[in-house]
Design a protein around this ligand. Sequence first.
Ligand SMILES: Cc1ncc(COP(=O)(O)O)c(C=O)c1O
Length: 385
Amino acid sequence: MFEKIVVPKELIPSDPRFGAGPSLIPSEHINILLKKNRDLLGTSHRQLPFKNFVRELYEDIRTYFNLPTDYKILFGNGGATLLFNMIPLGLVKEKSLHFVCGAFSERWYKYSLETPYITTKKIDIEYDKMPNISDIKLFDEMNEKEKFANADLLAFTQLETSIGFELKSIPAKTNNQLIAIDATSSAGVLPCDFNNTDIHFWSLQKIFSSDGGTWMSILSPPAVERINQIETDKKRFIPHFMRWSEYINNNDKFESFNTPSIINLVLFHEQLKKLKAIGAQRVLAETVEKANYLYDWAQNHKHLSPLIENEFFRAQTVATIKIDSKIPADELTKYLREKNLVYGIGGYRSVAKKINHIRIALFPSINFEDLKRLTKLIDFLLDNV
Ligand SMILES: Cc1ncc(COP(=O)(O)O)c(C=O)c1O
């Protein structure tokens, strides 16, 4: 469909990576990795150089996220997906309630449902009936069903990467409830109210421009207390790899439970330092500016429209854009990939089967000028098809 089109040079983004994860890793961070060669890479995670590195990393996390001093920082191998198992197994006493708004929150709910010892309920917005989700009454519905009141853990996905849906608010927890937030595509840009959050977690491969396979989590004192209760009870079989206490014991000593990906942690730290220098407020403002630009572009285009109709729920860090059915998104993304112009803007697998759309990351590493070029490039292709 697009094969014969020749794209003018000035429309080509300086970096082709617009994927929502794994995301663009800045080349200068790879150069820094080379400098860490010998003194950190390929050395033990139980020795001083690594421990000093983790200590500094923790300080930067605490400052950037403005964390209460008694909150714990943990990390481990496995990515956020591992926590979809660790949370139901190690942090839910009897019942969890999941707010499901896309493929990742659905997966977390399913893993929870499969967990013995607990019961799991969900409230969902029937995201697969997209895009008719403009009139959902999110938390009113939760309260109505009264399930909210007797769950001891509430699970939210702050930013559903699969459909570009963002939760702008999280309901206040009641006594003895824990709130767990999957912030995989939002941590680092969207704020978190730690007074109303007990488990906040993400993978390093999104906003923090690192590679896949490492999770990071921030735990409140009540979450740590819950872990202790459940593990000392010994009524559950929890595999060692999924025991929160193993991570707490090691991470508290600035070590890691098993051998970590130091490369991932170094890349993460470099991005964190960059964001810290910009400041959290400005990072958010710059992202909002990019998101406004992109959604305005889609809204005013004759072949495009934002996938999430209700602008209140449009994600700031991952935009999903619907395309006229005459122009298959697959063909567009295939052409861009094969010509090495743009990578990673396809829709999430299950959603892409139902809705003709593309997904564009608006993470801090994605340069605004490149984003503008990307929109002009798509304009050009759609005008010349
Ligand atoms: C919202 C959300 N949660 C969880 C995950 C799983 O992360 P990982 O593949 O790093 O385990 C993803 C991955 O894209 C995600 O977007």
